[in-house]
Ligand binder design. Structure first.
Ligand SMILES: C[S@@+](CC[C@H](N)C(=O)[O-])C[C@H]1O[C@@H](n2cnc3c(N)ncnc32)[C@H](O)[C@@H]1O
Length: 261
């Protein structure tokens, strides 16, 4: 057994794998599928929530590459390789785009090679690290990205795993502080909302059985991650409503994009 294989725990559902299950991937285990089905019973919209988050990623990266001239992306909490990963969307617009992926799940590390096949002009790199290890991430990212030029920091569905509010704001702030003016924050986050009580039951089930634990936050608390940034229209909204290509349902994941002045 390799070192990576020995780190893969198939006894408990893991977030990267369950996300992969809901978005139609094959890189998951029976324990993930069982929990995924149970959560779908509690919150039938969960499949759309994961799918809409990936579609938001595509629209946000395309907007940043096409309209804001962003050529560098730091994607933390990458997830298992899927259709239209960040480098594929960015390099379709700009073949020289550079992307650094970061995740702390050993199965994502095992599949990381699929994330590293980009255009010859661009570059992609992968780092096995925790979002909270800001200094490690910045030091490693600086080998591939020029941190004196704008970078898009992608935090999709990952800040939810930093339970302590103050720590979660501090991590995002420290990362953005290290980036050049003109950099952007792209963030999506599970919401707690009176109109969606079924989400709370699904999250409670996850926190009892899955890993890591997940924290829901209100739309106002999610908006605070963008303090000090210029929030792009339409602001912090259900990710399905962020500049949609077609009408889409409301989902329990809110998202926004902000520019560092
Ligand atoms: C819900 S998935 C989201 C995947 C992808 N960003 C997307 O939006 O489709 C969360 C990902 O964050 C990763 N993750 C969770 N906690 C993390 C941490 N503390 N540091 C780095 N990655 C983390 C998980 O392994 C998983 O791949």
């Amino acid at each position: 057994m390799t070192d990576i294989e020995s780190r893969i725990d198939t006894s408990r559902p893991h977030t990267a794998r369950i996300w992969n299950y809901w978005t139609g991937g094959k890189d998951n285990y029976p324990v993930d599928r069982e929990a995924g089905d149970r959560i779908r019973q509690l919150h039938p919209g969960i499949g759309e929530y994961a799918r809409e988050d990936r579609l938001f990623l595509g629209r946000a990266v395309r907007h940043l590459a096409e309209e804001e001239g962003i050529r560098q992306f730091l994607d933390i909490g990458t997830g298992l390789p899927s259709a239209d990963n960040t480098h594929e969307v960015a390099q379709r617009v700009s073949p020289d785009a550079r992307v650094v992926y970061v995740d702390n799940d050993p199965l994502v590390l095992a599949h990381a090679r699929a994330l590293l096949v980009g255009t010859p002009e661009g570059r992609t790199d992968y780092l096995d690290a925790d979002l909270r290890d800001v200094d490690t991430i910045l030091a490693a990212a600086g080998k591939t990205l020029d941190l004196d030029r704008p970078v898009a920091l992608m935090l999709l569905g990952v800040v939810i795993f930093v339970e302590d509010d103050a720590e979660s704001y501090a991590v995002v702030r420290r990362l953005m502080d290290a980036l050049a003016p003109g950099s952007h924050l792209v963030l999506s986050h599970t919401v707690v909302h009176p109109s969606m009580p079924e989400v709370d039951a699904a999250v409670a089930f996850w926190n009892e059985h899955g890993t890591p634990r997940l924290t829901q936050r209100t739309p106002e608390a999610i908006t605070r991650y963008f303090d000090g940034l210029e929030l792009l229209a339409p602001g912090v909204v259900p990710c399905s409503r962020w500049r949609p290509d077609a009408p889409a349902p409301d989902v329990a994941m809110y998202a926004g994009v902000g520019r560092k002045p």
